[in-house]
Design a protein around this ligand. Structure first.
Ligand code: SER
Length: 318
């Protein structure tokens, strides 16, 4: 029986993982944790936790006999540029805390399996931008991307040196409707639906032809759980796996939305987030994930757009 702790459970990925893992392992075995006083999504079991408090994190892992941790708490790329030191502190020290707890538990004969998200933001302007390979030049330009690349190196180090069973995905931009956009550069592709459904023009902060790798949430959740379920010997990459869904530009997404909502309009006012996006890949080669543990994306642009238009709560802020 698994006992699962999800840190950052109120965020975009966490809120959906809580439900997916509760359906799989039972609500009693899934503990949602975040910095806020309450669960943002009605998780059955919720604890308030600051991941920077290592002693409390260690106590929680022991008290709940946790066997798997999903550590998702982080500042994203655009927010990170507003607060670079805070982003570095939270993203790095949060990861180090959970890696250390996992190392100690492993040495005590109580190993933890750990998931930590990396991102396409770990790549940079000298990375090959099309079909970016698993192993490539990585020179991230944002503080968020720098923290993700450093985090990948730490994960590989803790696996090689201490045998910590840590697994990771380089997520593309994740599109979803359950949580409002949370300060990411790829979040234009969520905010655009909120504007469209309110009947408003969308003012996009990226240029029309900025193609970025994206994935729809159900595919992202399935990839995460498939990687965590994979037997040890199938997980050859201990930094972070490339992961692809679909790639599209703001112009292509707007055209697909206009196809369903005639009259929808978009205007382009690129800001600093365009510089971040310009340093990221256009598309990702995820053949290693396909080979190693059978990854296969399922959801394309048409299905994503149809589903988002059906489910986005236009009244929610975005
Ligand atoms: N979607 C994230 C962002 O835009 C990248 O990991 O910050």
């Amino acid at each position: 029986m698994e006992r699962i702790l999800i840190i950052g459970a109120n965020g975009q990925i966490g809120s959906e993982l809580v439900d997916a893992l509760a359906a799989r392992h039972g609500e009693r075995n899934v503990i949602a944790a975040d910095i806020g006083a309450a669960s943002a999504h009605g998780a059955a079991r919720y604890v308030q936790l600051d991941v920077l408090d290592r002693a409390r994190l260690a106590r929680l892992v022991d008290d709940e006999a946790v066997t798997q941790v999903y550590h998702l708490a982080a500042l994203l790329s655009a927010t990170g540029e507003q607060m670079p030191l805070k982003a570095w502190h939270l993203n790095m020290d949060g990861l180090l805390n959970i890696l250390e707890v996992a190392r100690e538990r492993g040495e005590a004969g109580r190993p933890l399996r750990l998931f930590w998200p990396s991102s396409i933001a770990a790549f940079g302007p000298h990375t090959p931008a099309d079909a970016t390979p698993q192993h490539a030049v990585m020179d991230p330009a944002s503080i968020y991307g720098i923290s993700k690349l450093a985090g990948e190196r730490l994960c590989e180090y803790y696996f090689a040196r201490y045998g910590v069973d840590v697994r990771s995905l380089r997520y593309p931009g994740i599109i979803s409707y359950k949580s409002p956009p949370g300060g990411g550069t790829t979040d234009y592709a969520i905010a655009i639906f909120h504007a469209a459904l309110r009947g408003e023009r969308y003012d996009c902060f990226l240029c029309p032809d900025t193609t970025l790798p994206m994935i729809y949430m159900p595919d992202a959740i399935r990839a995460t759980i498939e990687l965590m379920d994979a037997p040890m010997e199938r997980v050859a990459i201990r930094s972070s796996y490339n992961l692809a869904g679909i790639s599209f530009s703001p112009r292509e997404l707007a055209a697909a939305i206009a196809g369903a909502l005639p009259g929808f309009r978009i205007a382009y006012h690129p800001d600093g987030r365009q510089d971040i996006a310009a340093s990221w890949p256009h598309s990702i080669d995820d053949s290693q994930a396909r080979r190693d543990w059978g990854w296969q994306p399922r959801i394309g642009l048409a299905q994503l757009v149809g589903d988002m238009l059906e489910h986005v709560d236009a009244g929610a802020t975005a």
